[in-house]
Design a protein around this ligand. Structure first.
Ligand code: 13P
Length: 250
């Protein structure tokens, strides 16, 4: 039985003082939630947010990490730095990183392997653009992103990996994939994981949906067989919207 995993990707929003205040309220409010909860603030907010949620079950994640131990990589943040402040989870391969910062599947794979070597948990994002979907390339794109993104990952290491299916055309647009479409894409991703890692790993892998998730559509999405959680952007920025999402199974 897969436990629902609801994550908030704050992207480049909230300054540290706002982030800490919100995180503290969220930690209190999420106390009775029956789901795994994660929030991913910007790097600069991480120390304050880690402090604010201390003692709660809320997981704090980074939105990116470098694929080297340390050294001359201006502007970058290492796994060791994150772990030193108590951050053990990272989102990798987000479509905004792919789209605006040129991250390729091969590059994302290097980060996945390095983060795993450093004992981190990973939320790996995959998903097609509208052009790819309309061009009938959904399965081809997902196959490449999963095959290359998880190349070299062992069956055991898969317990550290969550997949987030985020159709690019549904991110921040107000357009949500229908629960059927999302579920079909999730089922396909699970079949790819089964082919690569076997049925036990496939059964246990959490696959989140992301793309305009909000209080009004979350229940329907989460009720589908292969949808095991959500990676929420805009609606994760206020308690008013994020709390009902976290409580979607109540
Ligand atoms: P929105 O929920 O704002 O569409 O963003 C989804 C997302 O990209 C989460 O990583």
């Amino acid at each position: 039985m897969r436990k629902l995993y609801i994550a908030g990707n704050w992207k480049m929003n909230l300054v540290p003082s706002e982030a800490a205040e919100y995180a503290a309220s969220l930690a209190k409010a999420a106390k009775d939630a029956d789901v795994k909860v994660m929030i991913a603030p910007t790097f600069v907010c991480l120390p304050a947010v880690v402090e604010a949620v201390k003692g709660s079950s809320v997981i704090v994640a980074a939105q990116n990490v470098n694929d080297h131990e340390s050294g001359a990589y201006t502007g970058e943040v290492s796994c060791k730095m994150l772990k030193d402040i108590g951050v053990n989870t990272v989102i990798l391969g987000h479509s905004e990183r792919r789209q605006y910062y040129g991250e390729t599947d091969e590059f994302i794979n290097k980060k996945v392997l390095f983060a795993l070597e450093n004992g981190m948990d990973i939320d790996l994002c995959v998903g097609e653009t509208l052009e790819e979907r309309e061009g009938g390339k959904l399965e081809e794109v997902l196959t490449r992103q999963i095959e290359v993104g998880l190349c070299g990952v062992s069956e055991d290491q898969m317990s550290k990996i969550t997949i987030a299916y985020e159709p690019v055309w549904a991110i921040g647009t107000g357009k949500t994939a229908t629960p059927e479409d999302a579920n079909n894409a999730h089922a396909f991703i699970r079949s790819l994981i089964e082919r690569k890692f076997g049925s036990t790993v496939a059964e246990n892998t959490i696959i989140q949906y992301g793309g305009s998730v909000k209080p009004s559509n979350v229940k329907d999405l989460m009720s589908r067989e292969h949808i095991d959680g959500a990676l929420v952007g805009g609606a994760s920025l206020t308690l008013e919207q994020f709390l009902p999402i976290i409580n979607c199974n109540k």
